[in-house]
Design a protein around this ligand. Structure first.
Ligand code: ADP
Ligand code: MG
Length: 248
């Protein structure tokens, strides 16, 4: 298997609104893709479609060689579940469970699956809290954490399921500028460990530094894709240039 994500002619409409128009791309194992583009261009819908938070209207999505959707028709629920269990997603607004401690947030999903002992799960939650620099916050509640700490908990929680693919939808957009660095550092470390990631971001210097390829989305399509040096240095399309001039 050369590609861990294979998307062919993905279409997504909400009623009469065509949000994704024939989007095709592949991602290699260990690749880091930054997805940039104006608001409303379909970035979130694209990521959500990959992890089955949206049902696509047409096209084919294959994850790790398994067909999730083929020509718009889906595999059965158990097969979809098997595929999406190998993926994690981190959202702009953290989506932590407010009534659970940090540790319980991390352990809920693996405990629900009941495939591992509590001791194994506890060992991993402690290890992952250490990895994101929050060992001392295991018993804290989300309300008592900063935004940057919450997002690092959300990343550790996603890692608890030992995913092969992580999707990030604007992971730092809700953070005060002084808190973005601590979250970006964790993502950078995951990149160094060869995690396959697709990251929607407005942090252009981060995208330039961490991404193997950049997808510029505009109006429901990947208008231009290439290595960061190309997209940020010598973009081919006028609309890529215009977008970058507006955000940088
Ligand atoms: P981006 O993440 O690039 O800002 P989105 O994927 O969120 O773009 O949205 C793309 C378009 O799809 C927008 O026009 C948005 O209003 C529309 N859209 C997104 N989700 C829905 C939905 N659940 N119902 C109707 N329209 C939606
Ligand atoms: Mg979005």
């Amino acid at each position: 298997m050369t590609h861990i994500i294979e998307v062919t002619q993905l279409k997504k409409s909400f009623g009469a609104l065509d949000v994704l128009k024939q989007v095709s791309f592949n991602v290699a194992p260990g690749e880091v893709i930054a997805v940039i583009g104006p608001s409303g261009s379909g970035k979130s819908t694209m990521l959500r479609s990959l992890i089955h938070l949206e049902e696509i209207t047409g096209g084919t999505v294959r994850i790790q060689g398994q067909k999730m959707a083929d020509n718009g028709s889906y595999a059965n629920a158990a097969e979809i579940r098997k595929i999406t269990d190998r993926m994690g997603m981190v959202f702009q607004h953290f989506n932590l469970f407010p009534h659970l401690t940090v540790q319980a947030n991390l352990e809920l999903a693996p405990k629900t699956l009941k495939k591992e002992s509590a001791a194994v799960i506890r060992h991993r939650s402690q290890e992952l809290l250490g990895k994101v620099g929050l060992s001392d916050k295991a018993d804290a509640y989300p309300a008592n954490l900063s935004g940057g700490q919450k997002q690092r908990v959300a990343i550790a929680r996603a890692l608890m399921m030992q995913p092969d693919i992580l999707l990030f939808d604007e992971p730092t957009s809700a953070l005060d500028p002084e808190l973005t660095g601590e979250v970006l550092r964790v993502i950078k470390q995951l990149a160094q460990e060869n995690m396959t990631m697709m990251i929607v971001t407005h942090e252009m210097s981060f995208a330039r530094e961490v991404a193997d390829r950049v997808f510029f989305m505009d109006n429901g399509e990947i208008a231009e894709a290439g290595p960061p040096e190309q997209i940020f240095g010598t973009p081919i399309l006028e609309r890529t240039r215009t977008f970058l001039q507006r955000v940088e």
